[in-house]
Write a new protein. Structure first.
Length: 198
C-alpha cells in the first residue's frame, strides 16, 4: 500500500505512521526524521537543512525532492510505503506524482489527522518541554503552524478532489486514532466491504 499521512505539526503523524508501519509492514518514511538524522551526523544535506529547520521553515524543494527520490528508489519501498511529512508544497506534490507516474505507481490513500488548533498548541508545548528539538520552542511552533496553514493545508483540497483524502479525527487516545485510521484505510483496500457494512 502506498500511503501519505498528512496533518499539521503536533497532530501525531509520526506516532501513527510508526504504528501503520507495524500493522501494514510497509516502511515509514519521515522527511523530518531523515533531515534530523542528517543534521546529527553532520552531512552536507544536514548542514544545508539545519538553518531552515531551526527557524521552522521548510527546507527548499530541490533538496527535499532529491532526498525523497533517493529514498523512494531503494528496494524496501517497492511493495509500499508510508510517507510522513512529504509532500508539503505544491512543487513537491508534482515531483512525487512524476516520480510515481514514471514507474506506473500512484498513492492509494491520503489519511489526514484532524486536530483542533488549541489541542495542537498544547501538545506541541508539552513536547517542547521533553523533546529537546530545536524547533519545538513556542515561537518556532507558532511559525511551523503558520507555514503549514499557508503552504501545506491547501494541498488537502487536491487530494480531496482526487478522492484520496481520508480525514480522521486525531483526538482521543493513540489507540483510538489508530483504529479510526485503520477503518478508513480498510474502506480504501476493499470497497466491497464498504458496500456490505453501509
Ligand atoms: P512537524 O512536527 O513540524 O511536522 P517534521 O519532523 O515533519 O515536523 O519536520 C521537521 C522539519 O523538517 C520541518 O519544519 C522542515 O524544516 C523540515 N521538513 C520536513 N519535511 C519537509 C518537506 N517535505 N519539505 C520541506 N521541509 C521539510
Amino acid at each position: 500500500m502506498r500511503l501519505l499521512i498528512m496533518g499539521p505539526p503536533g497532530a501525531g503523524k509520526g506516532t501513527q505512521a510508526l504504528r501503520l508501519q507495524q500493522l501494514l509492514g510497509a516502511p515509514h518514511i519521515s522527511t523530518g526524521d531523515i533531515f534530523r538524522a542528517n543534521v546529527a551526523s553532520e552531512t552536507d544535506l544536514g548542514r544545508a537543512a539545519q538553518g531552515f529547520m531551526d527557524k521552522g521553515e521548510y527546507v527548499p524543494d530541490e533538496l527535499t525532492n532529491a532526498m525523497v527520490s533517493e529514498r523512494l528508489s531503494q528496494p524496501d519501498v517497492e511493495a509500499g510505503f508510508i510517507l510522513d511529512g512529504y509532500p508539503r508544497t505544491a512543487e513537491q506534490v508534482l515531483r512525487l506524482e512524476d516520480f510515481l507516474g514514471r514507474r506506473g505507481l500512484a498513492l492509494d490513500a491520503v489519511p489526514c489527522l484532524v486536530v483542533p488548533r488549541d489541542d495542537l498548541l498544547d501538545r506541541l508545548t508539552a513536547r517542547a518541554a521533553e523533546s529537546g528539538r530545536a524547533d519545538d520552542t513556542a515561537d518556532v511552533v507558532m511559525h511551523r503552524l503558520d507555514v503549514y496553514d499557508r503552504q501545506t493545508a491547501p494541498l488537502l483540497d487536491l487530494y480531496r478532489e482526487r478522492r484520496l483524502l481520508r480525514e480522521v479525527p486525531g483526538t482521543g487516545s493513540p489507540d483510538d486514532v489508530t483504529r479510526r485510521l485503520f477503518e478508513a484505510l480498510h474502506r480504501t483496500v476493499d470497497p466491497a466491504d464498504e458496500a456490505t457494512s453501509a
